[in-house]
Design a protein around this ligand. Structure first.
Ligand code: ADP
Length: 468
């Protein structure tokens, strides 16, 4: 009995530490807008890098012809071909080929990796139907490269560092498009890299292609990031920036956002300390799919240490990242009366003994607390962007106008990523928080629209926009 009370104590403490009342979320909104401002004011002015993308035009629908994309950014890489019809949302055909990147190529030399990519692309191009249009002219390629890049122009940039398991030292500090084009030439492939983009920028491009009120894009999958359309004159760190539209897409790298208003627990601190990148990606570590399951594991471990309700602490339970987020969501969304799925995952994945229904319910409750916090913080981040561009109904940071004076423009945010699209409860909590923060009236004008494969298709669309 006493032990059960201790376990409940662990839960109560977690609930309290994870609380996100709307007042607190609004503080996060303000902090996000302020950090965005700081990141735009000077290089290194904020934990938000606010990277220039040189994308100053987004696809409008007038794009026509066949374009290619290469999407490298994680365990899989993709080659794509899209055929555009010249009207909004008229993708006449799209072919995609997905290939896992062999483990050894992630750490060998850049030559090995780029040779592999070029070969795959060459085979893909050669399978193209013999239509005269593409065989005569140079094929235009959009290159999605989702690693931190110091962009130099729309079609060039220097790799700052590898992430996500890649570690090819000889490529760090080099211009990635030059490297790729050299490899393509070696294979005798006549292609021109028209754009170099980050995956969020692809998502924004695809969103804008379908709906011209799309002003920002958010990815919530294994990791999380966002980009949005900013006024060029608001990018103070780059004085006199000339763009055709007066705007430029800014890649926020928002996973690294930090604010003292974020509700942080001892589990977050431990997870961070034990991670390969401590003090980095603080927002991402509270929100994205890579981490949520592990936060839950840490809470269960603590409960197991405080009592014997889970039997002796299993070595599985002490293994970082063993409880992956899809398993966490499966437990959370278990609607069987006995919570059989929860029981199965606890025994199979964490090698815990059979536990009572009461304990299973406790585990579901832990999943709920962790996911709810994540979703609500993601919502606050989105409203932070809207606030920065004056689309949150408050009349901008100054807030001088009263609400009734403001005519809200229809505002669309493109969104993708497995956590958002596959985890229903997460998605619902995010929407609920968005409504709470914005208020119902303003929220009516804001919609989130799921794009699919935006990182690849969007790059092909941008290749069309920027083709020579
Ligand atoms: P990535 O972000 O790796 O490029 P995705 O956008 O497809 O790819 O996101 C995959 C991530 O989404 C997984 O790592 C996982 O964290 C999360 N995810 C996928 N399916 C689910 C699910 N059913 N429930 C919860 N999270 C999921």
């Amino acid at each position: 009995k006493k032990k059960w009370n201790r376990v409940v104590g662990v839960l109560r403490e977690l609930e309290e530490a994870c609380e996100t009342p709307v007042g607190r979320l609004k503080q996060v909104v303000d902090a996000m807008a302020v950090e965005m401002h700081a990141g735009l004011a000077s290089e290194g002015g904020s934990k938000l890098k606010m990277l220039l993308t040189f994308v100053d035009q987004l696809p409008t629908g007038s794009e026509i012809g066949t374009y290619y994309a290469l999407d490298l950014g994680g365990t899989n890489f993709r080659v794509l071909r899209v055929q555009l019809g010249g009207r909004r949302s008229s993708i006449l055909s799209q072919d995609v080929e997905l290939q896992p990147v062999p483990q050894h190529l992630m750490t060998n030399s850049s030559e090995d990796l780029l040779d592999f990519i070029s070969s795959t692309l060459k085979e893909f191009v050669e399978k193209e139907q013999n239509d005269s249009e593409t065989s005569i002219r140079t094929r235009e390629l959009g290159f999605t490269f989702s690693f931190p890049v110091k962009q130099l122009s729309i079609r060039s940039g220097i790799l700052i560092k590898w992430t996500k398991g890649f570690a090819i030292e000889d490529m760090v500090g080099r211009e990635v498009v030059e490297c790729l084009e050299a490899a393509l030439n070696k294979k005798g492939l006549n292609m021109r890299v028209a754009v170099l983009v980050n995956d969020t920028v692809g998502t924004l491009a695809l969103g804008h292609y379908h709906d011209c009120d799309t002003v920002a894009a958010v990815i919530i999958g294994t990791g999380t990031n966002a980009c949005y359309l900013e006024r060029a004159d608001a990018i103070i760190k780059c004085q006199g920036l000339l763009t055709t539209s007066g705007c430029m897409v800014v890649n926020m790298e928002w996973g690294n956002f930090w604010s003292s208003h974020l509700p942080r627990t001892s589990y977050d601190i431990d997870l961070d300390v034990e991670s390969p990148n401590p003090n980095d990606q603080g927002f991402e570590k509270m929100i994205s799919g890579m981490y949520l399951g592990d936060i839950v594991r840490r809470v269960i471990l603590r409960m197991a240490q405080e009592s014997d309700i889970f039997g002796p602490v299993s070595s599985r339970l002490s293994t970082p990242f063993i409880l992956q987020t899809p398993l966490m969501s499966a437990m959370h969304e278990d609607d069987s009366p006995d919570l059989n799925e929860v029981a199965r995952i606890l025994t199979e994945t964490l090698e815990l003994p059979e536990v009572s229904l009461k304990v299973r319910k406790l585990v579901v409750r832990v999943c709920d607390v962790v996911t709810r916090r994540a979703a609500r913080l993601a919502a606050a981040g989105i409203v932070g962007i809207l606030k920065k561009i004056g689309r949150d109904g408050s009349g901008g940071i100054a807030g001088t106008r009263s609400r009734s004076d403001i005519k809200m423009k229809r505002t669309v945010v493109a969104i993708e990523g497995g956590l958002y699209t596959s985890y229903t409860v997460f998605r619902e909590y995010l929407h609920e928080a968005l409504n709470e923060i914005l208020g119902e009236e303003v929220a009516q004008h804001v919609s989130l629209k799921v794009t699919e494969d935006g990182s690849g298709i969007g790059a092909a669309l941008l290749a069309a926009t920027y083709s020579s």
